[in-house]
Design a protein around this ligand. Sequence first.
Ligand code: 5GP
Ligand code: ZN
Length: 115
Amino acid sequence: MNNCVFCSIVGGKIPAEKFYEDDDFIVFADIEPKAAVHYLAVPKIHYALLSDMPDGGEALGRILKKISALAPELGLKNGYRLIVNQGADAGQTVFHLHIHILGGQPLPFADMRPR
Ligand code: 5GP
Ligand code: ZN
């Protein structure tokens, strides 16, 4: 048993405000929201990074398509931003692949510019 926080959420060992779940992934509210609406889409299989995923990426394609279908119900009628932090320079803190879903307000760009 690893001690990955997102594996624990997937396994129901620690609670989360779950919005959606299927065989491939779950969507739950970020515990420290960085926008008016902030969810995380998390594959159920533990991959630390995109580079650890098997070739093909079909699961990721399905997740992205599903996010677009869920967006109106998530309160994202005016658009949204998806972010996938990869590694230290991106500030990744949880090393279980996840897609941030951000919106519910006009989103600033400042944090996305290279410094
Ligand atoms: P990262 O910085 O790795 O891209 O994003 C990790 C995200 O996971 C952060 O936005 C953080 O607030 C969120 N997070 C960390 N621990 C928990 C938790 O136990 N529950 C939930 N719902 N979100 C978490
Ligand atoms: Zn994990």
